[in-house]
Design a binder for this molecule. Structure first.
Ligand code: SF4
Ligand code: SF4
Ligand code: SF4
Length: 308
């Protein structure tokens, strides 16, 4: 076994901290609201993250992506199958807009607040590589090495999608008097139709462009939100320019086509809001030059630099 593959029990400490933090939140929310859902929901999510990240820590470097994919299935599957299909929560972005307009503080609203609006300030776009139910399927497709990002107008598709989703909701709400009822069958139909469309486009694009993450890069509307708060993320990838031999292996395997050495050679953490914190680059780097780092942007050095 290689030295870097030797398992150190200390590596489990972050998984345990995550598990206990979620368990504390579960109990506090349950006791303060009296709603047993909060206890179950946060106990499950915390435990699932703990199991997945625990496996990630324990596996050798080349197999670590299995730990990440396990977490994707445990959380993404739960969100889609339990919260969506059994609890009738419309977790699509339109559902979030509808619930906001209706003033429902539902599971969908909590989900968007925690995973996609406030959470990225702490854990960046980890949602996209560790929990998203769309990516849970896309990451099983054969094109794990991106064929490169398409420049130009493709980059606008996700923003147009976001505007279209918001526009449809506003039109239905104010134009036709359509109003949602929490946990109604209509919400389930919306969720099902939305996911069939997302999976179909995602799979077609992956095969067409030979890139599993093409849907994430060009079509998904969620990064429109994620990219705002993930700019300020405390967790980012840091490179050690002295250890880097510029072999380029990290960039060949990065699913989001990030020009990693542009940052590391300038002493910057990876500031791109396209980074999904999958850590593929960390596990690929032959010299161990990359690692996940926790840091505050004191002085605004990171915020002032251009995002590529
Ligand atoms: S970009 Fe969209 S589809 Fe891709 S992982 Fe993020 S939320 Fe999921
Ligand atoms: S830079 Fe590294 S962590 Fe970020 S998306 Fe690329 S491979 Fe994943
Ligand atoms: S894989 Fe490591 S050594 Fe190679 S370019 Fe990337 S950071 Fe540098």
């Amino acid at each position: 076994m290689k030295k870097e593959d030797k398992f150190d029990f200390k590596e489990l400490s972050s998984s345990l901290i995550i598990v206990f933090s979620f368990w504390i939140v579960a109990v506090v929310l349950w006791r303060s609201t009296g709603d047993i859902f909060y206890l179950f929901n946060f106990l499950y999510i915390g435990t699932a993250i703990g199991i997945g990240t625990g496996f990630y820590s324990a596996l050798p470097r080349k197999k670590k992506s299995l730990g990440r994919k396990l977490t994707l299935f445990l959380i993404g599957g739960y969100m889609l199958l339990f919260l969506g299909l059994l609890e009738f929560e419309n977790m699509q972005i339109e559902g979030f807009f509808f619930y906001l307009l209706a003033g429902f503080f539902s599971g969908s609203v909590i989900h968007y607040l925690v995973a996609k609006i406030l959470g990225p300030i702490l854990f960046n776009r980890a949602w996209c590589s560790w929990a998203c139910w769309t990516a849970m399927v896309l990451d099983l497709l054969p094109y794990t090495r991106s064929s490169g990002r398409i420049p130009g107008k493709w980059g606008w598709l996700r923003y147009m999608h976001f505007i279209l989703s918001l526009g449809i909701v506003l039109l239905l709400w104010f134009g036709s008097g359509y109003h949602v009822e929490s946990k109604s069958i209509t919400e389930l139909y919306w969720l099902l139709a939305g996911n069939v469309i997302y999976y179909s486009i995602g799979i077609i694009l992956a095969f067409w462009l030979k890139d599993n993450r093409a849907f994430c890069k060009y079509v998904c509307p969620i990064p429109t939100i994620l990219k705002i708060t993930s700019r300020f993320s405390l967790l980012k990838i840091r490179g050690n320019s002295e250890k880097c031999n510029e072999c380029g292996a990290c960039m060949k395997t990065c699913p989001m086509d990030i020009r990693i050495t542009d940052y590391t050679s300038n002493g910057l953490r990876i500031l791109s809001t396209e980074c999904i914190l999958c850590q593929t680059c960390v596990n690929t780097c032959p010299t161990g030059a990359l690692k996940v780092s926790f840091g505050l942007d004191i002085g605004g050095k990171e915020s002032l630099n251009e995002r590529k």
